[in-house]
Design a protein around this ligand. Structure first.
Ligand code: F3S
Length: 384
């Protein structure tokens, strides 16, 4: 299918606005055409993941360096995911000179392009998406949250494609940008009580696993705090390729349910939960580091963090966005938490950093999943 382009977009494609925009639009048009898109759409906010040198290595650095050479600049409000270390704390540079140099090179290129130094996987805290608004976001947990909770529209982009979107302020019109593709295909009836952030993550993981690529409509969830919804969405996107779900009582798009389109109805009861508990690292012996903050802790999650304070014998790491970090400093809460022996990091997390990886117990299903696979550490999912 050949895509319709506006005069402005034709100029970008012909290189009239420079090499970076030309490369960006050419790639996005190609991807869009492969997915059946007939046009491009303007986006209000781009969020780019894959900026940790630990994750993208030299190939990723080369890609970003090339764009910088072409004088790439963002055309729309654009934010960045966490990197490999806390920019203020740094790391032991004498031992990691090359690594630090390359990570900083990536960050400097991106900031020169005009990205906002957010360094968080919760871009919805930096700018709240609006119902029906088009975005181009990478970072699967944030994509699931934006579509599900705000009714904004973004596909699950890869980091490089989101970066290219930022350079032209557009993406292709396909996937869940199209309203018909947002309609649920599977109905999930939750017959269990969800009482904690850990349990919300476990439920999200199960729903994603059973729904596969079909958008689920979830009903029967008794009680979901903001922190629980974040955990649910992150886990849903961990066990599936889904960009969203619809949760009765929370999502603004429950009207998209058309019973005639449903392919399956699934009941989540105690027996099903037990099946998953038996397969997941829940009953293993606890490692001695507790991790909170996947996705990053925001101000709204602070009550949850304080409620979870662990017995002294556990080392505790909390990762958060820089704005929450500053808030804690200003209000004095930071010193209270530090007196409790809690290590607070911003800009990074234990999954995208080689320095923070350790055996963990965490209430985040997503963190448990990736720390096990990427860092080969002992993990335990905390459900209380
Ligand atoms: Fe965020 Fe790291 Fe989890 S980027 S969603 S805290 S894996």
């Amino acid at each position: 299918m050949v895509m319709y382009l506006t005069k402005e977009e034709e100029k970008m494609l012909n290189g009239e606005y420079g090499r970076a925009e030309q490369l960006a639009i050419r790639t996005i048009v190609k991807v869009g055409e492969a997915l059946g898109a007939t046009k491009l759409i303007e986006v209000r906010h781009v969020h780019v993941s894959g900026i940790s040198y630990f994750n993208i290595g030299d190939a990723g650095l080369e890609f970003i360096r090339d764009l910088a050479r072409y004088d790439a600049k963002v055309k729309v409000f654009s934010t960045l995911n966490p990197l490999a270390f806390d920019l203020d704390l740094g790391v032991n540079e004498s031992k990691n000179v090359e690594f630090v140099k390359k990570q900083l090179e990536i960050i400097n290129y991106l900031l020169d392009m005009g990205f906002t130094p957010s360094f968080t996987c919760t871009p919805y805290v930096i700018r709240r998406p609006k119902l029906g608004e088009h975005l181009s976001w990478a970072e699967s947990s944030a994509v699931a949250y934006a579509n599900t909770v705000y009714g904004a529209r973004t596909n699950r982009e890869g980091g490089p494609l989101a970066l290219l979107s930022a350079l032209i302020g557009r993406t292709y019109y396909a996937g869940v940008h199209v309203i018909e593709n947002r309609r649920p295909r599977v109905l999930i009836d939750v017959k269990v009580k969800v009482r904690s952030v850990g349990e919300a993550g476990l439920l999200g993981y199960i729903v994603g696993d059973l729904s596969k690529h079909r958008i689920p409509y979830i009903r029967g969830v008794n009680y979901f705090t903001n922190t629980m919804v974040k955990s649910f969405c992150a886990a849903l996107a961990t066990s599936s390729s889904l960009p969203m779900c619809i949760i009765e009582g929370i999502s603004p798009e429950t009207h998209l349910l058309d019973e005639g389109l449903l392919e399956e109805k699934i009941i989540v009861d105690e027996a099903l939960i037990k099946e998953y508990i038996d397969k997941l690292p829940i009953n293993v012996r606890a490692p001695n580091t507790f991790f909170i903050g996947c996705p990053h802790v925001s101000i709204l999650d602070l009550e949850h963090v304080v409620n979870l304070l662990m017995p002294e014998r556990l080392r505790c790491i909390v990762s958060m966005n820089r704005f929450t970090y500053w808030y804690l400093n200003i209000t004095g809460i930071m010193s209270y938490l530090q007196r409790k022996g809690i290590n607070i990091v911003k800009d990074t997390c234990i999954v995208v950093s080689p320095y923070l990886a350790t055996d963990i117990v965490s209430n985040s299903m997503k963190a448990v999943y990736y720390v096990d696979r990427m860092h080969h550490k002992k993990v335990k999912l905390y459900l209380q």
